[in-house]
Design a protein around this ligand. Structure first.
Ligand code: GLU
Length: 463
C-alpha cells in the first residue's frame, strides 16, 4: 500500500478496492510465476486521467445551485473508457476511483473491448422535479461533453442515473457537440439503445449464480425452491428478483436506504406484480416505506426501518446485495452464514466489506464441496450490465438493432464464460484445500488483472 498512501489524500473506498484486489494477487502464485507483474499493479493503480468540474444550474424557484462533477478515465488499454455515472450526494473522488478501478477488471472479464472509467456528481436526484433533473443533466454535460465520445469514453447509468437521465444527457451532448453518436449506453430503444440493457445487470447476476449453484452441487440443484434475500430495490434488484422468480426461487426481501421489506411467511415470495409496483414507485422517486403501509404489502411483508435485511432473516439460501458499496458488514456476513446462506453474490459494486469477504472465504475453505459457502464478487457477478452496454456499442457501430433473444443469449454466454474464467484461473493460481470450491474472488481478480496487464505491456505502459 505504501506507494498508494504516502502522497495522496485519504481515499478509503479506493484503498479498500485496491486492497481487495492486491491481497488476492499476493496470496496467489501469480507474483511467484510472474514477479514483473508487481510493476504492472503499481502502474494500473494510477488513473490515466481524472477530471473534476463545477456544475451550476437553476432550480425551480430560480435559485442558483452548485455541484461537483467528475469523470475518472482510469484505463484505456482494452478499449474506450467505459463505466457509469453516479448521481448521489455521497459521490467524491475516492468513491469514483474505487468504482473506476473495479470497472477496469470487470470490463476485462466481459471479454469485450472496453477500458475502465466512472463518473458522476454529488447531485441528489431525490426530491427534484423532472425539470430540475433536465437542467442539471444539461449543465453537467456542458463540461463532460469536452472529454467523451463514442471512441473515447462512453458513460452509462449507475445509482441515480437511468433511462430518463441518459435521455437528457444524450440530448444535451447532441446539441452541444452537433453530433449523433453512441456516446452513452442505456439509451432508449428507439434512439440507439439495446434491448435487455435495463434488465442486464440483474439477469446477468442470476445467470452467474445459477452457474455457481450448479457447479457446487454437481448439477443437482438450481434456484428452484431456494430462498433468496435481495437488498436494494432499484434497477439491479428489480430484474434480479424477477429472474429469480422465473427460475423458481422465492424472493424474501428488498430494501432501500430507509429500511427493508421482508416476507413474513416462509413459503411466500414477493411477486412480480409487487415488483412492478415498486418499479413505478421508484420512477416517482419515492421510498419503500410508503408502499409497505399499503394493503398490497402490509398483510404479507414486515417493514424494518433503518435496517438492511441481512440480520433479520430466519432462513436463507442465497443472498444478493444489490444496493450499494459496503452493504454487508462482518457481523452481517456472520448472520447470513448463521441463517444458512450458501451463495452470496454482489449485484452492487463492492457490496461486501473486506471483513465480510474474509468470513465468506474462510467458510468456503472450511467445508466439503457441496456444503461450502461461495462468494461471487461484483466485478464478475454484476458484469452483465456493462457487457450489454458493450453490445449496445457494437449495435451502434453497425447501426443495427438485435432482437431481445439475441442479446439475452449473448449475455448468458458472457456470464457463463466469466464464471468459468474465475473457476479455471483460481485453479491455476491458488492453492486450494482438497475438495473445497475455487475462490471466485481470487480467480476473477487474477484473470481480469492479467488481461489488462498484458495489454498495457504490449502498449508500452510498463516494462
Ligand atoms: N454502472 C454499471 C456498472 O457498474 C454499468 C456501467 C456501463 O454500462 O457502462 O457496471
Amino acid at each position: 500500500m505504501s506507494h498508494l498512501t504516502t502522497h495522496l489524500p485519504v481515499e478509503p473506498e479506493f484503498e479498500q478496492a485496491y486492497r481487495e484486489l492486491a491481497s488476492t494477487l499476493e496470496n496467489s502464485t501469480l507474483f511467484d510465476k510472474h514477479p514483473e507483474h508487481r510493476r504492472a499493479l503499481e502502474v494500473v493503480t494510477v488513473p490515466e486521467r481524472t477530471i473534476q468540474f463545477r456544475v451550476t444550474w437553476e432550480n425551480d424557484k430560480g435559485g442558483l445551485e452548485v455541484n461537483r462533477g467528475y469523470r475518472v478515465q482510469f484505463n484505456s488499454s482494452l478499449g474506450p473508457y467505459k463505466g457509469g455515472l453516479r448521481f448521489h450526494p455521497t459521490v467524491n473522488m475516492s468513491i469514483l476511483k474505487f468504482l473506476g478501478f473495479e470497472q477496469i477488471f470487470k470490463n476485462a472479464l466481459t471479454g469485450l473491448n472496453m477500458g475502465g472509467g466512472k463518473g458522476g456528481a454529488d447531485f441528489d436526484p431525490k426530491g427534484k422535479s423532472d425539470n430540475e433533473i433536465r437542467k442539471f443533466c444539461s449543465a453537467f454535460m456542458m463540461e463532460l461533453s469536452k472529454h467523451i465520445g463514442a471512441d473515447i469514453d462512453v458513460p452509462a447509468g449507475d445509482i441515480g442515473v437511468s433511462g430518463r437521465e441518459i435521455g437528457f444527457l444524450f440530448g444535451a451532448y447532441k446539441r452541444q457537440r452537433h453530433l449523433w453518436e453512441g456516446v452513452l449506453t442505456g439509451k432508449g430503444v428507439s434512439w440507439g439503445g439495446s434491448l435487455i440493457r435495463p434488465e442486464a445487470t440483474g439477469y446477468g447476476l442470476v445467470y452467474y449464480v445459477q452457474h455457481m449453484i450448479q457447479y457446487a452441487t454437481d448439477n443437482q440443484e438450481t434456484f428452484k425452491g431456494k430462498r433468496v434475500a435481495i437488498s436494494g430495490s432499484g434497477n439491479v434488484a428489480q430484474y434480479a428478483a424477477l429472474k429469480v422468480i422465473e427460475f423458481g426461487g422465492t424472493v424474501i426481501s428488498l430494501s432501500d436506504s430507509k429500511g427493508s421489506l421482508i416476507v413474513r411467511d416462509e413459503a411466500d415470495s414477493i411477486t412480480p406484480e409487487e415488483i412492478y409496483l415498486i418499479q413505478q414507485h421508484k420512477v416517482e422517486r419515492k421510498y419503500l416505506s410508503e408502499l409497505a403501509s399499503t394493503d398490497a404489502f402490509r398483510e404479507r411483508c414486515s417493514y424494518v426501518p433503518e435496517a438492511r435485511p441481512w440480520e433479520h432473516l430466519d432462513k436463507v439460501d442465497v443472498a444478493l446485495p444489490c444496493a450499494t458499496q459496503n452493504e454487508v458488514s462482518g457481523p452481517e456476513a456472520l448472520a447470513l452464514i448463521e441463517a444458512g446462506a450458501r451463495y452470496i453474490a454482489e449485484g452492487s459494486n463492492m457490496g461486501c466489506t473486506l471483513a465480510a469477504i474474509e468470513h465468506f472465504e474462510a467458510s468456503r475453505q472450511n467445508h466439503e464441496k457441496g456444503k461450502s459457502i461461495w462468494y461471487g464478487p461484483g466485478k464478475a457477478a454484476n458484469c452483465g450490465g456493462v457487457a450489454v452496454s458493450g453490445l449496445e456499442m457494437a449495435q451502434n457501430s453497425q447501426r443495427l438493432t438485435w432482437t431481445a433473444e439475441e442479446v439475452d443469449n449473448k449475455l448468458k454466454h458472457i456470464m457463463h464464460t466469466c464464471f468459468l474464467t474465475g473457476v479455471e484461473t483460481a485453479k491455476s493460481y491458488t492453492v486450494n484445500a482438497e475438495g473445497s470450491l475455487p475462490s471466485l474472488v481470487a480467480g476473477s481478480n487474477i484473470a481480469g488483472f492479467m488481461k489488462v496487464a498484458a495489454a498495457m505491456r504490449d502498449q508500452g505502459d510498463w516494462w
